[in-house]
Design a protein around this ligand. Structure first.
Ligand SMILES: [Zn+2]
Length: 323
């Protein structure tokens, strides 16, 4: 042990003189981790790299969200960049090898860290997001970064918050031969981007849709979210790529997300009305069907923990004439 430490000290001192590469050459533990990105072909020219149905941890490196790659005549289009710099770098290489071209455009669906922290691997001018996403990253990015380093550990090495430079203001963008409809919505967060690809009829829903994995709600407005789901459902489509869970050619993701939000909201609202405290609300049983949903109990507990304070605040008597 002490031998290791002194070797490290010696190497650290050496690297101070001769540069960092010497340290990493000798220190196997410091070798950067590599993600296993397995693209799933959805149709010609469209791939999804599926996230694992788990919470962020040091084994999965935060690779829990679905990432999509589309081929166009002008270059690859990437939807969401994953959880870390390392992920983004691997994603860029993967997109180049799948499409045979460099990346022409990157879209961020919302500001959550599992979707945006690979952005560093792409030129900021090529990364497009709504004003709301850029605002969210500006305000919350450093906090997200700290939380990601805490949860995922070494996978995050070198990852920094990078702000997109292309602000989405139009509702359609042509990238080469592909016309993409940019659907600016809200509900999962204050600004959610869904993308409809006219060529294939696929909706890339970001985290407005979860399938077989419980929705996350830390920045959600459940009412607005249900409106967004109804609007997405009104668009004739061939397939939905959810933010988390399998891509399918049916409305299961839309339906399941809506039912989850409705039922969880009702359980928590009723618990509050009955005067249960937060611990008692967390212990309540969930609907039977949610047994088949990954992370149901975990996300339910998290939802209680941020909805309860809101319900309590709403019940407090208003002061100062703002009533
Ligand atoms: Zn997500």
């Amino acid at each position: 042990m002490s031998a290791t430490l002194s070797r490290r000290n010696a190497l650290a001192a050496l690297s101070g003189l001769a540069g960092a590469p010497i340290l990493s050459m000798f220190d196997a533990e410091a070798a950067p981790k590599a993600y296993t990105l397995m693209p799933q072909k959805l149709t010609d020219g469209v791939w999804m790299v599926a996230g694992v149905p788990e919470a962020i941890n040091t084994a999965n490196g935060g690779a829990i969200a679905n990432i999509s790659i589309l081929s166009t005549s002008e270059g690859a289009v990437i939807i969401d960049t994953g959880p870390s710099k390392r992920y983004g770098e691997q994603l860029r290489v993967l997109a180049q090898s799948l499409t045979g071209k460099d990346v022409a455009r990157v879209y961020l669906t919302h500001f959550h860290p599992d979707h945006v922290f690979g952005t560093q691997a792409f030129p900021a001018e090529s990364v497009a997001a709504t004003e709301g996403v850029i605002k969210g990253l500006t305000e919350l990015g450093e906090g997200f970064s700290a939380a990601m380093y805490q949860a995922a550990g070494d996978w995050m090495r070198g990852t920094e918050v990078v702000l997109p430079k292309h602000v989405i203001t139009s509702s359609v963008e042509d990238i080469g031969d592909r016309r993409l409809r940019l659907l600016r919505m809200k509900g999962h967060t204050a600004s959610d981007l869904a993308i409809f690809d006219e060529q294939t009829g696929i909706i890339f829903a970001g985290d407005l849709v979860f399938l077989d994995r419980a929705p996350t709600t830390p920045h959600a407005d459940i009412g607005a979210w249900k409106v967004a789901l109804a609007n997405l459902g009104g668009i004739p489509h061939t397939m939905i790529v959810p933010g988390h869970g399998p891509a399918e050619d049916n409305t299961r993701g839309l339906d399941q997300t809506r039912v989850w939000l409705t039922e969880i909201d009702a359980i928590i609202g009723q618990a509050f009305e009955r005067g249960l405290d937060m611990t008692e609300a967390i212990a309540l049983p969930l609907p039977e069907w949610t047994n088949k949903i990954a992370l149901a109990r975990y996300e339910y507990e998290r939802t209680v923990m941020h909805l309860y304070p809101k319900l309590e605040a709403a019940k407090l008597p208003k002061v100062g004439g703002r009533g």
